[in-house]
Write a protein that binds this ligand. Structure first.
Ligand code: FAD
Ligand code: DLZ
Ligand code: SF4
Length: 511
């Protein structure tokens, strides 16, 4: 018999480790382990989501006639780690071979590589073919390129999968309709309710377990509304395609106070743990375009996120690990301030985004990028601490996707490998794309002084601090030109406001 190990983000019936399973003899091993739940202290809702989805998936496998050995976290015999649980199962079942689909994270893949020697047993590691670009294809694409840019990678992927293509040309004549996707928030537009699953007995048990075992972890456990089965996740996909996709493009960059979900899909949790397949989400959106249910700017924008960004960040991760974890090109050292854990702040945009993160284990892209991310960048927060935070607070976070988005996209800590320029912005951007500034103690129009929006002076201070590392970037030329024309008084106001602010931040004071 073979022992087939399924990890918590491999909950797909088509997963490569199950393709040739022998239901008579083989055993599937799944385990909830303390090590996975605590190597960073994941958000309570994230743990509950993964455990409940794992338990439902195990039930489905059993109903298909497979033998599943499932260890719950509170099982008295649970030994607490993948390696130890595997060791226990090997003793019990004496398999000929271990079969597993490659892990999403480098950390776990390293663990898997140690097993053959440790257990003196064959370990067959299969590719994860749910991803649309193989490691080899990405390496070949990246090889000898002066610059890696998502846009060019994405075009190759569009061609490879023949998505939104018309006789070899991109549908509508352009590859990318992002310039149409910047509508400012509009409270008059009705936002549909997001998917809200019923809690069944399996989920109830998991919620009780998480409340009991992970009380000290960040985040609100309830209300709990995530889909935890493929059937529910398919329903959530359907709901997105029918109700939100048509407005996805227009309001992709908008933020509205008290509206955490907007017109985003809220599918990343399900795609990343395997309940949905990326290609089926892409095809569903393309179909909606063909059926004239959604405009091209929305459909192309949505597809680019999955076929482009998602695959691109995964490619970068495997290309650059393990060194990528230690990148800190801008030498940012400020510790993560208490406001990231919900402590009081006067900055309304951050308060709202972190409050919603705490409630939902979710924030949409522009909140992660242009509010929390932008702040982390221009306040010079330590990449290690910011990475740990993003890794634990979001229910869709796995290191292969979290790390490139944080180290590469928001912190520019990889020196521009992933993004062509730092995503730094002053308060004017947040004011244009949100209604947060209206409820803020700071004034977004003031540039300096105690009442001024901190984004306004931190933005310039960030550029000044890092001039030697950033001044050659052609996309920052205009900003550096502006700095060169600033008066001594202006420069010293920026510096003194920023150092006062960063000192308060580092001392853990309310800012
Ligand atoms: P939508 O806006 O509806 O987008 C559709 C899908 O596109 C998403 O479900 C996701 O699968 C994919 N996608 C969109 N943007 C990205 C991206 N930049 N990278 C990879 N996939 C993308 N996404 C994660 O899945 N896990 C993370 O841990 C994660 N961390 C992030 C950290 C930072 C600092 C930033 C800026 C982005 C991060 N993202 C992460 C990307 C993105 O913010 C989320 O995928 C998105 O907000 C999930 O919500 P949604 O499903 O409603 O996405
Ligand atoms: C995120 C997570 C958590 C919190 N717990 C478990 C677990 O107990 N068992 C499990 O199989 N998977 C869990 N996961 C998902 C894993 O972290 C994920 O499968 C690996 O990181 C992929 O490399
Ligand atoms: Fe955020 Fe500045 Fe606006 Fe306040 S004024 S909400 S700190 S951008």
């Amino acid at each position: 018999m073979n022992l087939r190990l399924i990890l918590g983000d491999q909950l797909s019936h088509s997963i490569s480790s199950l393709t040739d399973i022998d239901p008579q003899h083989d055993v599937i091993l799944m385990c909830e382990v303390h090590e996975e739940a605590t190597y960073v202290k994941h958000h309570k809702k994230k743990i509950a989501f993964i455990f409940s989805a794992m338990r439902h998936f195990a039930e489905e496998l059993k109903n298909k006639g497979y033998t599943v050995r499932y260890t719950t976290l509170d099982d008295a015999q649970n030994s607490g780690s993948f390696t130890a649980e595997l060791g226990r199962a090997i003793k019990d079942f004496k398999p000929k071979k271990i079969i597993i689909t490659e892990a999403g994270e480098y950390r776990v893949q390293t663990m898997i590589k140690s097993w053959e020697k440790k257990f003196e047993l064959a370990v067959e590691v299969r590719p994860d073919d749910r991803f649309l670009c193989t490691h080899e294809e990405f390496q070949a694409w990246a090889h000898n390129r002066k610059e890696l840019r998502m846009e060019y990678f994405y075009r190759e992927m569009r061609k490879k999968y023949n998505i939104l293509m018309n006789n070899g040309k991109p549908e509508g004549g352009e590859w990318n309709y992002d310039s149409m996707n910047r509508k400012t928030p509009d409270k008059a537009v009705k936002i549909p309710k997001t998917y809200n699953a019923q809690i069944d007995n399996i989920t109830r048990n998991v919620l009780d377990l998480v409340a009991d075992q992970f009380d000290s972890h960040f985040g609100d456990l309830e209300p709990f509304y995530f889909a935890v089965t493929r059937e529910q996740a398919l329903y959530a996909l359907d709901k997105f395609i029918n109700e939100r996709l048509c407005n996805f493009g227009d309001y992709q960059d908008a933020m509205i106070q008290g509206e955490p979900w907007l017109f985003h899909s809220h599918l990343s949790f399900y795609i990343n743990c395997g309940l949905l397949l990326p290609l089926e989400c892409i095809k569903a959106a393309e179909q909606a375009y063909n059926n004239e249910m959604a405009p091209l700017n929305a459909v192309e924008g949505f597809i680019r996120q999955i076929l482009g960004w998602r695959e691109y960040v995964r490619g970068i991760y495997w290309l650059k690990m393990p060194e990528y974890e230690a990148e800190n090109m801008l030498d940012a050292q400020t510790p993560l301030p208490p406001l990231f854990w919900g402590a009081e702040t006067h900055m309304n945009c951050l308060r709202q985004c972190i409050k919603e993160t705490k409630e939902n284990a979710y924030a949409h892209h522009i909140q992660r990028l242009m509010v929390i991310g932008n702040f982390s960048l221009i306040a010079g927060l330590s990449p290690n601490e910011v990475n740990d935070w993003y890794m634990l607070v979001y229910a869709d976070a796995y290191q292969w996707v979290e790390l490139p988005n944080v180290t590469g996209m928001i912190l520019y800590a990889d020196g521009g490998l992933l993004a062509s320029k730092p995503y730094a912005a002053s308060g004017a951007y947040i004011n244009k794309m949100s209604d947060y500034c209206k409820g803020c103690k700071y004034s977004v129009t003031k540039k300096n002084g105690p009442q001024a929006c901190p984004f306004n002076y931190l933005y310039w201070d960030f550029l000044i601090r890092n001039e030697d590392k950033l001044c050659d970037n052609p996309r920052l030329r205009l900003s550096f030109n502006t700095i060169s024309k600033m008066s001594e008084d202006k420069l010293s106001a920026i510096k003194s406001d920023s150092s006062r602010f960063i000192k308060k931040l580092s001392d853990g004071e309310c800012v």
